[in-house]
Design a binder for this molecule. Structure first.
Ligand code: KG4
Ligand code: ZN
Length: 425
C-alpha cells in the first residue's frame, strides 16, 4: 500500500490530509483530525539515559513536556552504566509523567494514543518505558504506537516545517551515524552507517581524555558540546594533523575510531612535551578540539556528498525536493551544521536543521512520530493481546540496508573544501 500525502492550506497553516493509494483507488484516511479537533499523542522516550515525555498535537503544537537527564550522574563516571540508567529511569519515570501532564494541563483521558520507543537502545532502559506505557495503556484503554528511536530523530524536523517525502537525513548521535533516505513515515533506506564508533562516542572519549570536565564551563555539559565550545576558541585549528577516514572506500560509511586514536596520539604527545600531570590540561586543547571537528566535518561531507550524488543519479529525490535534514545529538553542533549548510548550497540541496533542543533525546520527537503514524493510520496497536506481546529491540536498523547498493555504484570521491574560519560566521 503506497501512501500519498496531500497538504491543504487552512487558516494560514498546513493541515495534513492523508490518503491511501491502494490498487489505484484513492481512499480517504481513517484518522482524520481537523485543526480545531487535533489528535493528541503522549510520547515516552527511555532508550538511553534521558527519561523524556511530551504531549504533542497534530497541528505540531507541543502541549507539554518533561525531561529528566541523567547526564550529571554518568558524566563523572565516564560513560553510561546500563543498570544505573535503568534504576534512574525507574526512579524518575512517574514524576516525569506527572510533570508532563501538568505542563500540558491535560487529562490523560484526552490523549488519543501513547507512542513509545521500543527500538533501538539500551535494553534495560527500553524495558522501563515499555512497561510504564503498557500499564498506562491498560489502565486508560489507550492504543500503543511503537516508535523506532532513529526514525523519530529523522522526522522531528517535520514538526515545525513542511517537508515532503522523500528527503535525505543525516543522523549523528552517541549511538548512531547514518545517512538515510526517508521515503515515507515508515519507509527508510540506509545508505551509509558507521563501521565502528559514532561521532558522539568519539567526542565523549576525547573530551574525557582531555579532562575537559575539569574546566568549570564544561563541567556539566556533554563531551560533544564541550568540544564544540573549546573549538570555537581555537587560534590555530591546523596545529594538529588528522587523517580523513575511509577516503579510498567508495561507499557512504563512516569510521570515527581512527579520529579518536589520532586525538589520543596528539594528547599523549602534548602531555609528554609539557609534563602534564593529573588534572592539568594541555595548552593546545582548543586547537585540538578544532582539528577534531574539522576532521569530522571533512569526513562527514565526503560521505554525504556521495549520498547526494547517489540519490541524484538514481533519481530517488525529485529536483524540486532536494532536502537534507540533520538530527541527533551531534547535529546540535553549530560548526558542523554550518559546514553542512555550505555543502548543501554547493550541491543545490536545502539544509533543514532539526531545532537544537530537539536534536538530543526527548519526548517530543517520540510524540511527534506517534502523530505521524496516527495520522497515516499505521502501526496503531489497539488489540490488548497484541499490545501485551510488544517487545523491545536493543539493535535494529532504521530501514532497508542499501549500503552495498551505494558501494556498487562506485561513485568517485568529491573534494569538498572548507576553512575553519568560514564556520564561525
Ligand atoms: O541523540 P543523543 O542525545 O543520544 C543518542 O546518542 O541517541 O546524542 C548524544 C550525543 C553525545 O555523544 C553528545 O556528546 C553529543 O550527542 N552532542 C554533541 C553536541 N551536543 C551533544 N556533539 C557535538 N556537538 C554538540 N553541540
Ligand atoms: Zn538519540
Amino acid at each position: 500500500m503506497t501512501q500519498v500525502y496531500k497538504f491543504i492550506r487552512f487558516s494560514n497553516k498546513f493541515v495534513k490530509q492523508h490518503y491511501y493509494n491502494q490498487c489505484s483507488n484513492i481512499v480517504t484516511k481513517l484518522n482524520f483530525s481537523s485543526k480545531n479537533n487535533p489528535a493528541i499523542i503522549l510520547g515516552i522516550e527511555t532508550s538511553c539515559d534521558d527519561t523524556g515525555m511530551a504531549i504533542v498535537d497534530s497541528n505540531g503544537k507541543i502541549l507539554g513536556e518533561a525531561l529528566n537527564s541523567q547526564l550529571h550522574v554518568h558524566l563523572p563516571e565516564g560513560g553510561i552504566d546500563p543498570a544505573v540508567a535503568r534504576d534512574l529511569h525507574l526512579q524518575n519515570i512517574e514524576s516525569v509523567y506527572q510533570e508532563c501532564l501538568k505542563s500540558a494541563n491535560i487529562d490523560i483521558n484526552n490523549v488519543d494514543a501513547i507512542a513509545i520507543t521500543l527500538e533501538p537502545g539500551l535494553p534495560l532502559s527500553l524495558v522501563v518505558g515499555k512497561n510504564f506505557s503498557l500499564k498506562l495503556s491498560s489502565k486508560y484503554n489507550k492504543p500503543i504506537i511503537p516508535v523506532h528511536h532513529m526514525q523519530a530523530h529523522a522526522l522531528t524536523a517535520r514538526l515545525n516545517e513542511k517537508v515532503n517525502f522523500p528527503f535525505l537525513v543525516l543522523l549523528m548521535s552517541g549511538g548512531h551515524c547514518s545517512i538515510v533516505l526517508a521515503q515515507s513515515v515508515n519507509q527508510f533506506k540506509l545508505l551509509g552507517e558507521t563501521i565502528d564508533a559514532t561521532p558522539g562516542q568519539c567526542f565523549d572519549k576525547v573530551a574525557r581524555r582531555l579532562k575537559l570536565i575539569n574546566i568549570f564551563e564544561y563541567s556539566n555539559i556533554s563531551g560533544g558540546k564541550a568540544i564544540e565550545l573549546a573549538a570555537m576558541k581555537a587560534d590555530n585549528p591546523d596545529q594538529f594533523h588528522f587523517p580523513t577516514p575511509l577516503v579510498h572506500f567508495r561507499n557512504c560509511n563512516f569510521s570515527f575510531s581512527c579520529l579518536t586514536s589520532s586525538s589520543t596520539y596528539h594528547i599523549d604527545k602534548e602531555e609528554d612535551k609539557y609534563n602534564i600531570i593529573l588534572d592539568e590540561i594541555i595548552p593546545g586543547v582548543n586547537n585540538l578540539c578544532a582539528g577534531l571537528i574539522m576532521a569530522t566535518i571533512k569526513h562527514i561531507c565526503t560521505r554525504l556528498e556521495r549520498a547526494m550524488q547517489f540519490v541524484e543519479n538514481e533519481k530517488l529525490i525529485p529536483e524540486n525536493n532536494k532536502i537534507l535534514i540533520i538530527s541527533g545529538g551531534v547535529a546540535s553542533n553549530n560548526l558542523i551544521a554550518k559546514a553542512l549548510d555550505i555543502l548543501c548550497l554547493e550541491r543545490g540541496f536545502k539544509l533543514i536543521r532539526t531545532p537544537p533542543n530537539l536534536c538530543t533525546d526527548n519526548g517530543v520527537m517520540i510524540a511527534w512520530n506517534g502523530i505521524e503514524k496516527y495520522m497515516a493510520n499505521i502501526e496503531i496497536i489497539r488489540n490488548r493481546d497484541e499490545i501485551n506481546k510488544l517487545d523491545i529491540k536493543g539493535k535494529s536498523l532504521i530501514g532497508e540496508d542499501w549500503c552495498d547498493i551505494v558501494k556498487s555504484k562506485n561513485i568517485e570521491r568529491y573534494r569538498f573544501k572548507i576553512k575553519f574560519n568560514n564556520l564561525l560566521s
